[in-house]
Design a binder for this molecule. Structure first.
Ligand SMILES: CC(C)(COP(=O)(O)OP(=O)(O)OC[C@H]1O[C@@H](n2cnc3c(N)ncnc32)[C@H](O)[C@@H]1OP(=O)(O)O)[C@@H](O)C(=O)NCCC(=O)NCCS
Length: 183
């Protein structure tokens, strides 16, 4: 199945392309964006970090139980301002997201997550989604709270920020999502 493009109130979500890599690198290479991501993300972030990640990690699996969408503003589709990815096969985490710091606090990621959850449950056949975030990542935690997910526990986890070592664990069933959305 071809990966669809979505339109939300303010944003376009479309499968990532090589044209996005320049703005991806610029917006992602920021400690505030990276600190609560998995310690697999290198810091300091290399100059070619995004290009390497795209060609070695994203592209080979894109569309094969793995999906990566670039986030663009409707009124400026030249600049990738964030990304969201979804994958099958984990009972701990099925989703990641990030947004350029200059765009935080406007409700954008809640908008993105709502559309991608609809797609996961209604089109891709997910029955349950698992999520995680650093216990200190209030923005990410709030997004889960605001989109119907249930906090189920905590576990040890290594983040880029060496001072944080615990992750919150969340789950969202299809049934809970459809009820949450009144569908
Ligand atoms: C987490 C992140 C995606 C939030 O994006 P966003 O578009 O600003 O989120 P939203 O505007 O949809 O906000 C959701 C809620 O969190 C709150 N919030 C966002 N960032 C916050 C912060 N740093 N501290 C406290 N609250 C925050 C918002 O105020 C909003 O709450 P409200 O609806 O009660 O006002 C963004 O901060 C980011 O990219 N962080 C770095 C990458 C990252 O941590 N990714 C997640 C890994 S699990």
């Amino acid at each position: 199945m071809e990966i669809p493009t979505f339109e939300t109130d303010n944003l376009i979500l479309r499968p990532i392309t090589p044209d996005d890599l320049h703005s991806y690198q610029n917006n992602f290479n920021n400690y505030e964006v990276i600190r609560y991501l998995s310690s697999f993300v290198p810091w300091p972030f290399p100059k070619n970090g995004v290009e390497e990640y795209y060609y070695k990690t994203i592209l080979p699996k894109q569309g094969k139980d793995y999906w990566y969408w670039s986030i663009l503003l409707k009124n400026n589709t030249e600049e990738m301002i964030g990304g969201i990815d979804l994958w099958r096969g984990s009972k701990i985490d099925n989703r990641g997201f990030w947004l350029a710091q200059k765009r935080w606090g406007k409700g954008y990621m809640t908008e993105v997550v709502t559309r991608i959850n609809d797609h996961a449950f209604q089109d891709l056949g997910f029955e349950i989604l698992y999520f995680g975030n650093a216990v200190t990542n209030i923005g990410s935690r709030k997004i889960k709270e605001k989109t119907g997910a249930k906090l189920i526990g905590r576990r040890l986890f290594k983040f880029v920020d060496p001072l944080v070592n615990e992750s919150e664990m969340w789950e969202l069933s299809k049934e809970a999502w459809l009820t949450f959305r009144n569908l």
